[in-house]
Design a protein around this ligand. Structure first.
Ligand code: GGG
Length: 354
């Protein structure tokens, strides 16, 4: 029996609902595949902030470091500014554990309708690889004359050759490993961002030479947004900066049916630190507490976690159970046009586990 020690941060809003549902599924999959889990719960988030004045304790990274992986729900609270919650919890973990590749798959599954006309299951199958430790999220800047009528804000983005090359290389390796179109699209705005993204383009040109078997294209982010809608089936692996990857992965999620299915892995490919697995969605305050959130994005993220932990069979079993549940079209939450609850979906996925 293999035991994984997992740090669990459910966070706020529907994070408190999709995480227990996913743990129930992981327990069921573990029982079938000879895996046990040692869950270590961290009550960090909005309520912790109100009690302690910070989203996490000062030694948060030290507390998380010994775990095999981190499972995260959602971060954000209606009474706390979003920049405080994100910079206080999520971003320090991504940076502190050098989780530089944020991998966000988007697949049009059997049983799910795209809002775009004419696409059949499997025809849209792409993965956005988002740089996750620097770029526009580097938090370099400040205010001048803050809260005065003439206040000024300066925020710099940071692009390092090392940071660009390593995430671009990750995208090429993924394209090689995937059973896909063997294509990598690089997204910038280097006509306007004439330093940082010119450096990115140079890094992309250099790394692409190491992968002559992979086809490439380079798109400006505005053209990429248009083409995600116009020709989504042409994309395989898409690599972009922290901000562009974030925006484009919401677009790839919706063209494949729902953000309620969008999974993500924040990977430290060097495996020096625990990687973190989370749904792309946030706290969804409009539906929080009603028991109707779609747990599938977190469940697909859990499948990615098992894959990363080299528990491949169990990960594939969860992935297959989720696909089977979607294909059956009978049990589904409101984001997919259904009326089922989080609990109904969880039980249906567990029933479909092999
Ligand atoms: N699932 C974690 C979460 O709450 N994400 C919402 C969010 O705003 N994330 C920002 C980001 O990924 O940069």
């Amino acid at each position: 029996m293999k035991t994984f020690t997992i740090a669990v941060i459910a966070g706020d809003g529907i994070g408190q609902e999709v995480i227990p549902a996913t743990i129930e599924l992981l327990e069921a999959a573990g029982a079938r595949h000879n895996i046990s889990f040692d869950w270590r719960y961290f009550d960090w988030g909005g309520d912790y902030y109100f009690k302690h004045g910070a989203m996490v304790p000062a030694n948060a990274l030290e507390l998380l470091a010994p775990h095999d992986a981190i499972l995260l729900g959602a971060v954000g609270h209606t009474s706390i500014p979003d920049n405080v919650t994100l910079n206080g919890l999520l971003l320090p973990i991504r940076r502190g554990f050098d989780q530089y590749a944020n991998v966000r798959p988007a697949v049009l599954f059997e049983g799910v309708d795209s809002p775009l006309r004419g696409y059949k299951a499997g025809e849209i199958d792409m993965v956005v690889v988002r740089e996750n430790t620097e770029g526009e999220y580097a938090q370099i800047g400040g205010f001048l004359y803050q809260h005065q009528p003439d206040e000024v804000a300066v925020q710099s983005s940071v692009f390092t050759r090392r940071g660009c090359e390593r995430v671009i290389r990750h995208a090429f390796e993924l394209a090689r490993a995937r059973n896909g179109k063997k294509r990598v699209a690089s997204i910038t705005k280097s006509n306007a961002q004439g330093y940082s993204m010119v450096l990115w383009d140079r890094a992309f040109d250099a790394v692409s030479k190491e992968y002559p078997d992979i086809k490439t294209e380079q798109l400006l982010v505005d053209a990429a947004a248009m083409n995600f809608v116009r020709r989504p089936a042409s994309f395989d692996v898409v690599v972009g900066s922290n901000l562009f990857g974030d925006i484009l992965s919401d677009l790839s999620a919706i063209v494949t049916g729902s953000i309620g299915l969008a999974a993500s892995a924040n990977l430290d490919p060097a495996r020096r630190f625990p990687s973190m697995f989370e749904p792309v969605h946030g706290t969804a305050p409009d539906i929080a507490g009603k028991g109707i959130a779609n747990p599938m994005a977190t469940m697909f993220s859990a499948a990615m976690m098992l894959e990363h932990l080299q528990a491949r069979e169990a990960g594939q079993a969860i992935d297959a159970a989720l696909r089977a549940t979607l294909a059956a079209r009978d049990v589904r939450t409101a984001d997919l046009g259904g009326t089922s609850s989080t609990a109904d979906v969880t039980q249906a996925v567990i029933r479909n586990l092999r």
